[in-house]
Design a protein around this ligand. Sequence first.
Ligand code: PEP
Ligand code: CO
Length: 399
Amino acid sequence: MAWRPDSWRRYEARQQPDYPDPAALAAATRELAAYPPLVDGADVAALKAALVEAQAGRAFLLQGGDCAESFAEFAPETIRATHALMGAMAATIVGGAGLKVIRVGRIAGQFAKPRSEPLEEKDGIALPAWRGDIVNGIAFDAAARRPDPERMFRAYAQAAATLAHLDGLAGDTPFFTAHEALLLPFEEALVRRRGDQVYASSAHFLWIGDRTRFEGSAHVEFARVLANPIGIKCGPTLKPDALLRLLDLLNPAHESGRITLIGRMGAAIETTLPPLLRAVAASGHPVLWCCDPMHGNTMRTASGAKTRPLERIVAETLAFFSLTAAEGAIPSGLHVEMTGRDVAECTGGAEALTEADLAGRYHTHCDPRLNAAQALELAGLVAGELNRNRRAPMRRAAV
Ligand code: PEP
Ligand code: CO
């Protein structure tokens, strides 16, 4: 069937809010559809061209930022801190591995979150789960949790202001934006044309989350013909044949730079990634292999807070490099949740943060992020692995 910005409506759309006032939702998206694009189609094309280089091993994709941006923490200092940390991580990789780094922030639009439960219960009261600031408020009261389409305008305004601020910081190095394309009425309203192509103007790069990449998903239908580079989160339940069907749907022309596969396997990586690497290689689909060592390594502390031990993040990253090497695939990207703010949300690292340290410096609105020291430690490790990979052919030749 023909694709249209709204053809996703004929498919199963998971993780969408239940807006109590559909007329207000329709009015809001009609208005947004007339707004200027947040990002330029030419920049989207430039990112895709850069990703072709990364896919071939001549550059490296670095994606990072908050799990969820929030309205409350919107501040130029926060934007600058994320931008600076990405720059420092990129410099570590450039310096250590001599590879050009493509910087893509989880920023200027990372406002919608998939949730494991539609309701949250506290003291016998059940309210709709918080689905990100673009949908409802995080405070546990009925008024805040009511999905409100007016929030889309605030998200649009914050994204526009963030992009403007990033532009001022960019210098000569481009900085691209990305988020999970989760809230489909919002994404649909921001679809724009560029020549004979359509693209999502909400960000340069969009990804489909692990909970919405199933077959028959409205999110897959929405992304199908967009000119943007598209990421697919690949969790441990993704089977090789299902992945190949997704690739046939999302990239029928086998265009390079279009698809980034973001593995987020956790401890299961040793058994779950190799079958995907083999199946994709045998299919001839060109993809960029990227590692998200965060989302498969989330656990609860004794007091119930979410955390991620850095040693597990490191272990998955190292496994990603060795498993891709073993299958002859190119490890081309790292996707992390991190912040330039001085937080203690993930344990471990040079500071040896323990669960007890999390209490005072735990600020995330969603998943635990690496702080600057932890993120730089991981970037150093990635630089070392890339460097080793690049020298491997020489070493083999010398044997
Ligand atoms: C995320 O990136 O914040 C996220 C929810 O990821 P995943 O879909 O991989 O769980
Ligand atoms: Co997250």
